[in-house]
Design a protein. Structure first.
Length: 310
């Protein structure tokens, strides 16, 4: 495993906010030369620790429904999980420890398509039972895994109703950015056959529409950490979410509709720390009616380029 120092972690964090931050700006923030920063970034990329790529907001892309589907399955959960990754609209698949075995994150263009997927799942011989929690509003969204999440990719041609129409030039620029999100506009322009000003204008247009951003993907922040999902039914879910969303352990927080009205993904160094956090920040909430939690054992599939911008 590659050994990383504090500067490496700083660079990863900075690029996680804005993947096209220049080496000059990065160098000024970490106190090194541009050449040293460039060498460190090459080392991180060559070691499969860091990659910079476009991300797309699923709402701006035209996907109107997001849901978590909890499954109890027959057989080996990881084997079933890998099979379910092939289903339409599946955004990520995780193996759980708790009273359910597999968790699907589903991004659909309509409630009808979500209903079709649920019906398809219920017909499978390896699915024993399921329940669905549909998200309403995200207050924070950050997908985390303990490995670099690059095993799934969304096609822009599959966007149901993008916020702006995409033409062939947009597609060519996006395809080039997927190879190297830090490639200069001049280099991209040479590849797609237009001016660098045109490339810059197209990238800014996609960003201004809220459809695309470019940032680093990495597998650093949750190596050797526990990830847990907490579902809560509470009297004032939005108020509760606002008190939780900025806590350092929280990676994702959203209101939901279903058997719960609030979901929280948290990350901690141990199961005991996760348990302590739940007791201190959730169990004591006034108006708490129900609380359920699961450990995320592994995420076997993810489309890290399709996210919710918050």
């Amino acid at each position: 495993m590659m050994l990383l120092d504090d500067v490496d972690h700083q660079l990863v964090e900075l690029l996680g906010t804005s993947g096209r931050t220049t080496n000059r700006v990065l160098a000024s923030k970490v106190g090194l030369t541009e050449a040293t920063v460039a060498a460190r970034l090459r080392r991180l990329a060559d070691g499969d620790v860091l990659t910079v790529r476009p991300q797309f907001d699923w709402v701006a892309a035209g996907f109107t429904v997001h849901a978590l589907v909890f499954l109890r399955v027959k057989g080996i959960a990881s084997t079933v999980a890998h099979a379910l990754a092939q289903l339409r609209d599946v955004h990520s698949v995780s193996v759980l420890l708790g009273d359910h075995d597999v968790l699907l994150s589903v991004v659909s263009p309509s409630p009808a398509t979500l209903h079709e997927l649920v019906a398809e799942l219920l017909e499978r011989a390896d699915v024993v039972a399921l329940h669905v929690e549909q998200t309403v509003d995200f207050l924070r969204y950050e997908m985390r895994t303990s490995k670099l999440p690059v095993n799934g990719e969304v096609s822009v041609d599959d966007f149901p109703a993008p916020a702006i129409a995409l033409d062939d030039l947009d597609r060519d620029i996006i395809a080039t950015l997927r190879l190297d999100g830090r490639a200069s506009f001049r280099k991209i322009a040479q590849k797609v056959g237009v001016s660098d000003g045109t490339v810059g204008g197209r990238v800014r247009k996609l960003a201004d529409a809220g459809l695309m951003r470019i940032r680093a993907f990495h597998g650093l922040s949750d190596q050797h950490r526990i990830i847990a999902l907490v579902l809560v039914s509470v009297a004032r879910p939005v108020e509760t979410a606002r008190t939780l969303v900025d806590l350092p352990q929280v990676t994702t927080c959203a209101t939901t509709t279903g058997s719960s009205n609030l979901l929280v993904f948290i990350s901690g160094p141990s199961i005991s720390e996760i348990h302590r956090w739940i007791e201190e920040h959730v169990s004591v909430r006034p108006g708490l009616r129900d609380l359920r939690s699961w450990l995320v054992v592994d995420t076997v599939f993810m489309k890290p380029d399709l996210v919710r911008f918050v």
